[in-house]
Design a protein around this ligand. Structure first.
Ligand SMILES: Nc1nc2c(ncn2[C@@H]2O[C@H](COP(=O)(O)OP(=O)(O)OP(=O)(O)O)[C@@H](O)[C@H]2O)c(=O)[nH]1
Length: 207
């Protein structure tokens, strides 16, 4: 067991995390996960934050070509690098792939473009991550906007994702609305809110 705290979302003996990193990064113009911030690629910024807490970490990429690039970078890391089982379906396709691969019942899901994730956020997610009564824990803003890319999901939602993708419904927020989601205020998970800051465009890299 890696985490120093007693995580509630450990429904078995394993804690899993999934990092979604298969986007086309059109707004950034170059693969976001490989962009250097403070001397290291964004994917490593996220990985370094989460690896003390998880027994298995999956990085989900779009295809084999992207995987070749990432394997060069991650060759010494204890992570599993996999590619979307259904291609071109956005983060929801990545989530499907990750949830079908994990050994545990639940996984914390994160995007590769949130390099400012805090330890407090991860520890709070683990503390409140009991998914016996819920299918997911999703951060929510005061105005009702969801952060479904920073959630904990139970793998029982795999079938729901399949059905959404069959209808070509790709929004993570749609999934969050149709499953039993426990909504938790963003401040409760990370009072600094830094964990929810995304890097989508070159100007977002200015700290
Ligand atoms: N595995 C996987 N991850 C994806 C896919 N699409 C997006 N992601 C990831 O999901 C997160 C959010 O993606 P977005 O920022 O909405 O999209 P993006 O493609 O990365 O960027 P834009 O092209 O600028 O919209 C990022 O971490 C992406 O790498 C996909 O098809 N497969």
């Amino acid at each position: 067991m890696k985490a120093q705290i007693i995580p509630q979302c450990r429904g078995d003996n394993i804690l899993s995390a999934i990092i979604l990193c298969g986007g086309h990064s059109k707004r950034m113009g170059t693969d976001k996960g490989l962009i250097i911030l403070d001397g290291k690629p964004l994917i490593s910024c996220v990985l370094d934050k989460i690896k003390p807490y998880f027994d298995e970490i999956f990085i989900v990429l779009r295809d084999e070509e992207q995987k070749k690039e990432y394997l060069k970078l991650l060759k010494d890391e204890d992570v599993k690098v996999i590619t979307d089982i259904i291609k071109g379906k956005g983060p929801l396709g990545g989530l499907l792939t990750g949830l079908k691969s994990i050994k545990s019942e639940n996984a914390l899901v994160l995007p590769c473009d949130s390099p400012f994730i805090t330890r407090e956020f991860i520890e709070n997610c683990l503390k409140i991550g009991n998914l016996e009564e819920y299918d997911a824990i999703i951060p929510v803003w005061e105005d009702g906007r969801l952060e479904p890319l920073h959630g904990i999901y139970n793998r029982r939602v795999v079938e729901r994702i399949h059905r959404l993708l069959l209808k070509d419904e790709r929004r993570m927020s749609t999934l969050a609305k149709i499953i039993r989601s426990r909504l938790v205020h963003v401040e409760e998970l990370d009072p600094s809110l830094k964990s929810f800051r995304n890097v989508n465009r070159p100007e977002d890299l200015r700290i």
